[in-house]
Design a protein around this ligand. Structure first.
Ligand SMILES: [Zn+2]
Length: 504
């Protein structure tokens, strides 16, 4: 007898549907899996056999052929154990399962028949619902993830016996999506950052226009503390953005099983020893840090300590907001739209322009900073200097502004941008191209004069020129101002002064 069970797998960031066809005939006993199954799928034979026997069922002594269709796509992973086991039980009439096409079945089995969680349940659920199948039989650990998608019905189990029991008796209520969409924010708040007003302001502007920012300052001046708090002033993730982020964590198996959707903006802080593969992705065609920080913040602390190959590799995601990975086993594309936050010491010893004397020569300092040029400096919209805190500031009793106040302003500015760019497929000022800059960054005569003076005096590149305009646009948006005014340009120029020195 032949049976068809529906399951699915993940390729890149998306799920795709697979049918598991099981045919059991009389003949010389054998158990084969065909249909471009990788070694990890073929191993499932041993688990399925043991799980069926140890769950109190009979394993047929017959000729068993399992075909995974479509046969032209590679299949990897252990999630086919459960559909194969259920298929065998159905084909041998040990359970009665007539509406097999109504369910997506997935899960790994242990030799004792226990169900184990699998990776990629979220993209699979999204794909299945697109294909009009909304009931899922899956491991307990994946229930939250599955029910995070609107319209899904998750039936979750601990072992094979329970799944077989449900199929026969239909005695469970599914776990469904609930509108309970609370965002529990982390307790990192800008309220904790003493002083640093100018740096906080630069960060606010960067967050408002999704600009990349570089913080320069001595060790211990609080660069990391500020960077970690940036997600707290970014707008809340929308449901769609939240799905995008959760998908990436789902295929890496990085989801905590207690929560379904990721509701906070990601903050990734890779170590400077990291490799190109872990930043960009590609090991096993899996996504890297640039995708894990999608819709959030990628923070490279002490950016000059990173290998130049790693910084070079950031070029594509910074520019295209996505990353393509090509390997022998295939090509995939992952989203990588993040706000880049970099930090660096001002010089090799770290104390240039701080309260402690700097022991570096001019030459050493220049050489140090020159390392930044190229891929990084070209893509930074704002530079800010983080000054060591003075004694007065520590003692000061004035209360620091908290993150939610700053976030309100950022959200307002983002709203203006969303409306402005609704027909252009972009969301923020940082993404404007030359044509849009011309259209939305019109300058009055007075402003134009200032820009002309600066342009000639500092020998600005056109790239720097357009960055000044984009940041000015964001500053004007933060104020709710329709036009870019002189004060907006003057403030924007401050953020092109690297190390508080000349404008670049
Ligand atoms: Zn120094």
């Amino acid at each position: 007898m032949a049976v068809k069970i529906i399951t699915a797998a993940v390729r890149g960031i998306d799920g795709f549907m697979i049918s598991v066809e099981i045919d059991i005939e009389r003949g010389l006993p054998c158990f084969n899996i065909v249909g471009l199954a990788e070694a990890s799928v073929r191993e499932s034979k041993e688990r399925v056999r043991a799980a069926i026997i140890n769950s109190g069922f009979e394993f047929p002594v017959a000729r068993i052929i399992v075909n995974l269709a479509p046969a032209d796509v590679r299949k990897d992973g252990s999630q086919f154990d459960l559909p194969i086991a259920i298929g065998i039980l159905t084909a041998t009439n040990q359970i009665v399962f007539t509406d097999t096409e109504e369910f997506v079945i997935m899960g790994e089995l242990s030799l004792f028949g226990e169900l184990k969680g699998i990776k990629g349940v979220l993209p699979i659920t999204i794909e299945a619902i697109k294909n009009n199948i909304n009931s899922f039989l899956l491991p307990y650990e994946n229930a939250n993830e599955c029910s995070a998608v609107k319209g899904s019905k998750a039936y979750y189990f601990n072992d094979l016996k329970q799944v077989a029991g449900y199929i026969s008796y239909r005695d469970l209520v599914p776990y469904e999506y609930s509108e309970n969409y609370d965002c529990i924010r982390s307790n990192l708040d800008f309220e904790d950052v003493i002083g640093q007003e100018s740096c906080k302001r630069a960060v606010e502007v960067a967050a408002a226009g999704n600009h990349n920012i570089l913080m320069v300052g001595a060790p211990g001046s609080g660069k990391t503390m500020i960077a970690e708090r940036i997600p707290s002033i970014l707008p809340e993730l929308t449901y769609e953005e939240s799905l995008e982020v959760t998908k990436i964590y789902s295929i890496l198996g990085k989801l905590d099983c207690s929560n379904g959707l990721i509701k906070n903006r990601p903050f990734r802080n890779p170590h400077h020893n990291t490799t190109v593969t872990s930043i960009i992705g590609g090991g096993n065609l899996m996504p890297g840090e640039v995708s894990l920080s999608h819709n959030g913040v990628l923070f490279l602390d002490e950016v000059l300590e990173f290998k130049s190959k790693v910084l070079e590799a950031l070029r594509q995601p910074l520019e295209e907001k996505k990353i393509r990975i090509s390997r022998l086993s295939g090509n995939v594309e992952y989203p990588a739209n993040f706000m880049a936050v970099f930090s660096t010491n001002p010089c090799p010893c770290g104390f240039y322009k701080s309260s402690r004397p700097c022991t570096c020569s001019d030459y050493e300092r220049k050489r140090y900073i020159n390392k930044l040029s190229g891929p990084i400096i070209d893509r930074i919209d704002l530079f800010t200097f983080v000054n060591p805190i003075s004694y007065n500031e520590i003692q000061s009793k004035t209360k620091n502004e908290n993150s939610s106040c700053i976030r309100n302003r950022v959200e307002m500015a983002r709203k203006i941008q969303k409306e402005r760019f609704k027909n252009y497929g972009i969301h923020c000022n940082s993404e404007m191209n030359t044509r849009l800059i011309k259209k939305y960054c019109k300058l009055s005569r007075g402003c134009s004069d200032i820009m002309a003076t600066i342009y000639n005096k500092f020998n600005l590149s056109t790239r720097a020129y357009s960055r000044i305009l984009k940041v000015s646009r964001t500053i004007a948006d933060l104020e709710g101002s329709k036009n870019i005014e002189k004060k907006h340009i003057v403030e924007s120029l401050q953020y092109r002064r690297f190390l508080n020195e000349e404008i670049i």
